[in-house]
Design a protein around this ligand. Structure first.
Ligand code: SF4
Ligand code: MG
Length: 301
């Protein structure tokens, strides 16, 4: 089983001269069942827009979004505090989706399933009666995962699942996500700007810059042999513990330009250390670097 998304669109951002822009443009991908695709890039590169288009939370401004395959998709949102009602108990938060998605269960069946969901996410049964404010950020993120699982999804969209967490808590959450994927056969679309988290979870990687896919492929291949200057800089911006793996460091400088008025040609050219005249002209096509590994840069073409 797999699903694919191809299309372009995004929120209508009104900029100078009220132009409509595409936050993402012709992004296509495929995820095989039980695998994890990580969409990586800095904030403002269109990663969350990809997730929202996929979930049908945004409609395309032009063109079409085609999603084929699995439709039982649930979102685990970036901020667990905003995802849960502070006035309702965690038990209530888990009961709600069961009432919608598990109409086969009566009150007793739902109570049993809620206990299972807490167990699956390594949370104590006492959490049933607690309120979101009574538990830690890491625990609350587990609650949002349990709640997503209540809908019996096959695919989870994880939007920056570890962004609000401490380093020590992060590792536990990544382990939990690994276990759930293996035990339940889930497929993940992981949206993250945290390279270390992507390295731990991803089978495949899609690197996005200003709404364009600049590199994609097998995770080991992309992380160990990044071909696009943006990917290289992105990886160089993360401290690498093993000095043998360090390349000539070219960490990113400056901000992502506005999507309202993106640079012509290659959108990365205003920050690229290798930019040449040609880069301002045509948008580089994605070319194969290795089987299943593509990059869109004039220098690798
Ligand atoms: Fe850099 Fe040019 Fe390649 Fe873009 S196409 S990444 S500007 S070298
Ligand atoms: Mg985002």
């Amino acid at each position: 089983k797999h699903f694919t998304l191809r299309g372009h669109g995004g929120p209508r951002l009104r900029g100078r001269g009220t132009r409509t822009v595409h936050a993402v443009d012709d992004v296509g991908f495929r995820i095989d069942g039980g695998r994890t695709l990580a969409v990586i890039g800095e904030s403002g590169c269109g990663k969350s827009t990809v997730a929202k288009l996929l979930l049908g939370l945004l409609s395309p401004t032009s063109g079409t979004i085609t999603v084929t395959g699995e439709r039982r998709i649930q979102l685990v949102a970036q901020n667990p505090w905003s995802a849960l009602n502070r006035r309702k108990t965690i038990g209530h938060a888990l009961d709600q989706p069961l009432r919608i998605h598990r109409r086969d269960l009566d009150a007793r069946g739902r109570a049993a399933r809620i206990r299972q969901l807490l167990e699956l996410t390594s949370l104590p049964a006492e959490f049933l009666d607690r309120y979101p404010a009574d538990v830690s950020g890491g625990e609350l993120q587990r609650v949002t995962i349990a709640r997503a699982l209540a809908a019996e999804p096959r695919v989870l969209v994880l939007d920056e699942p570890t962004a609000s967490l401490d380093v020590s808590v992060k590792a536990g959450l990544v382990n939990l996500l690994c276990d759930l994927r293996d035990d339940l056969g889930l497929t993940y679309l992981l949206i993250t700007h945290e390279i270390d988290v992507a390295r731990l979870l991803a089978d495949e990687v899609l690197v996005m810059y200003l709404g364009h896919v600049v590199e994609s492929g097998d995770a080991d291949e992309v992380f160990d042999r990044p071909a696009h200057p943006y990917t290289r800089s992105l990886l160089d911006s993360v401290p690498v513990p093993d000095p043998r793996r360090r390349r000539t460091l070219l960490p990113l400088t400056g901000d992502v330009p506005s999507a309202v008025d993106p640079p012509s040609g290659c959108r990365f050219r205003t920050r690229c250390p290798h930019a040449v005249e040609k880069c301002a002209g045509a948008r580089p096509d994605a070319v194969d670097i290795a089987p299943g590994h593509t990059a869109a840069c004039h220098l690798t073409a």
